[in-house]
Write a protein that binds this ligand. Structure first.
Ligand code: GUN
Length: 293
């Protein structure tokens, strides 16, 4: 909490600290067990953004001392081939986490593919059983972006109890699991989306405002309550006269009266990958002592 006066929430720095803690735990566990956590990352096709995300996940997995197995499959890969690979990895004792980068090509149904992953290796937390466990308050592997978002909020605010959190976006990857996590932190949670009436007023009532809709700079400065903490999950590629730039879902330049806001890039993005590594370490720990966790 030494950066309370800073307007920008430094996700890069907080993620680096988390990765350093993970690396030292991995090293300690390696000394004791002779094993390291293993993460399998599957990329189907060559979506340019997905390739960048997967390359970053691979690099940071290796940097924290874990094993990373990367599978790059062609755009034409069938669902049956993908599920067969996942089933093989489910049985592989050196693999503790399995991640299928989304989106998948049209011939594969993401839900069926994700649900083929062994629940205890589902480090993205997207399996229907992990989603259900989270929703009902049981221990589960929790989706990485929501997990990273709550860590940033707690780092800045401490106790979140009683605060009004508005989550704009209702995806299975961010909006829904994040609303569950914020409820568990005793926030009053409003989930808004593209059909919500009077979105600006809903946003203006937020102590915590999280934007996860994928619409560049949708949220304007006058939608933000003075003193609110704003987390911008959006990563949008905008092409204009100045070339291609990354912008979030919030018009950050108009948000000077917020108590704090995450930048894009360098806010939530680094936290997502750090939380993936944290989930992989957790899955590894559970594989060592399944009865105790
Ligand atoms: N595509 C966009 N976000 C994510 C994520 O968090 N995990 C995976 N696997 N794919 C994504």
């Amino acid at each position: 909490m030494d950066a309370v006066s800073d307007h920008h929430i430094d996700g890069k720095q907080i993620a680096a600290q988390l990765r350093a803690n993970i690396a030292s735990e991995v090293s300690e566990l390696k000394d004791v067990t002779g094993e390291v956590p293993g993460l399998a990352i599957i990329l189907v096709g060559d979506d340019p953004a997905s390739r960048v995300y997967v390359a970053n996940k691979h690099r940071q997995t290796v940097e924290t001392g874990m094993k990373s197995l990367e599978f790059r499959l062609s755009e034409q890969t069938t669902q049956a081939e993908l599920v067969a690979l996942i089933e093989r990895l489910n049985e592989d004792h050196s693999v503790h986490g399995i991640l299928v980068q989304l989106p998948l090509p049209a011939q594969t149904e993401a839900e069926a593919v994700i649900n083929a992953i062994a629940v205890e290796k589902d480090v993205d937390g997207f399996h229907v059983l992990n989603a259900g466990r989270l929703a009902t308050g049981l221990a589960s592997l929790v989706p990485c972006t929501p997990l990273g978002t709550v860590m940033l909020l707690k780092d800045r605010l401490g106790d979140l109890s009683g605060l009004h959190a508005v989550v704009v976006g209702r995806s299975n990857i961010v909006g829904k699991p994040l609303s569950q996590l914020l409820l568990a932190e005793n926030c009053t949670v409003t989930v808004a989306h593209s059909h919500s009436r009077n979105l600006p007023d809903i946003c203006r009532s937020a102590d915590i405002l999280v934007a996860a809709v994928g619409r560049p700079e949708l949220i304007r400065g006058d939608w933000i309550k003075p003193g609110a903490v704003v987390i911008d999950v959006g990563i949008n590629r905008l092409s204009d006269r100045d070339g291609v730039r990354l912008v979030g879902d919030v018009a950050t330049s108009e948000a000077g009266h917020a108590a704090a806001i995450t930048p894009v890039p360098g806010g939530v993005g680094p936290m997502t990958i750090a939380c993936l590594l944290s989930n992989t370490l957790q899955a590894f720990r559970r594989s060592l002592a399944p009865a105790a966790s």
